[in-house]
Design a protein around this ligand. Sequence first.
Ligand code: ZN
Length: 420
Amino acid sequence: MRDADITVRVSATADPAAVRTARMGLLLRSLRDRGPRSRGRLAEETGLTRTVATGLIEELVELGLVTCEDADRRGAGRPGVQVRLVGSSVCGIGAEINVDHLAVVAVDLAGTVIAEFRRGIDGRRLPPEGVLAELAGLVEDALAEARTAGATVAGITVGVAGLVDTATQRVTLAPNLGWRDIDAAEEVRLRLAATAAPVPPVRVANEATLAATAELDPADADRADMVVLYGEVGLGGAIVSGGRVAPGRHGWAGEIGHFPIDPRGRRCGCGRAGCWETVVGLRALLEAATDPDDPVRDPVLTLEERLATLVERARLADGRTLAALDEVGTWLGTGAAVLVNTLNPGTVVLSGYYAVLGEWLRPAVEARLAADVLAPRAGGTRVAISAFGPTAAVRGGALVSLEPVLSDPTALADLHGGTR
Ligand SMILES: [Zn+2]
């Protein structure tokens, strides 16, 4: 969320307590996104008077979320109080359920990763309860590490490769996992309650939506309107409009992996034929680049191990690997051109597994955009490679988990008292 949005919300409400907490959140976001600054400059940049800012900063100091330091003592010339975010006192946990792997990460308020766990699974063989039990085990490990580090856990957000109903918080359908109508949040909550109580709030979201949250950058105008392509076994997508991820009416927007790109193509996990992900998902790449008995297809491998092998083969200029990457990149660009013609985004982000192989995929994507987009210079759309890659969804999950503290920093006191 951008500072301007919060300013609008602050001015639209008349409740003084709500105004105060929203302003505290505004200060915290500003410190997180733009770094430490003098108190005067922070007040000016957030549109607050010095007196108001000083009072709110004092409250944030009491909550352990910021520190103030006299600039004089640091020999900085002009007198002034430097305000700095203390990120380590609170963290969010992001988790991801994918067909071939589980991942959990704890990220603190400053964006530092304080715990990270990954495990390869065969999500098509394991029943939902089995997958969720494994995931809860990893979350429990992350909770323990965060608590040992002295961080309060603000929440847990689980990303699933499938449709998640934002109102009911249930996984409506995850075709590649074979899941229908699963209350994943409740399953995780119950398991944690038995082993790692007290349990912070648990939420579920679409993993590509979470990945897009990690890709947001308020300082980059080209990312205010963007399309995020999150490559995994299938293809997850998210559309960012005006700096926000567009969820659609029920939270089901962005299912671009299932738009039909080749009506005579392969059968998709959703039961239809020729969906885009059947030619650009990791499964499609592995089928093109390897034989069925190739060790890279071993289900016990983590995603990183699988991708590392493919990167190594591409670097050695293995002909079959390069041809497979060019084929997937060309299909990726063909579909991306439809989205660029429709949405005219500033950026198309290659995230998930595409980021790891971006060096070989991007040229083919750019070539298709140049050929297939009606607007001049491919609509001015930039093709960017995600800095987070396959960790974008868990990172986004952790950021979403921190949102309640950024919206109302005083909520931290409740977390300290109740659910730490
Ligand atoms: Zn499909």
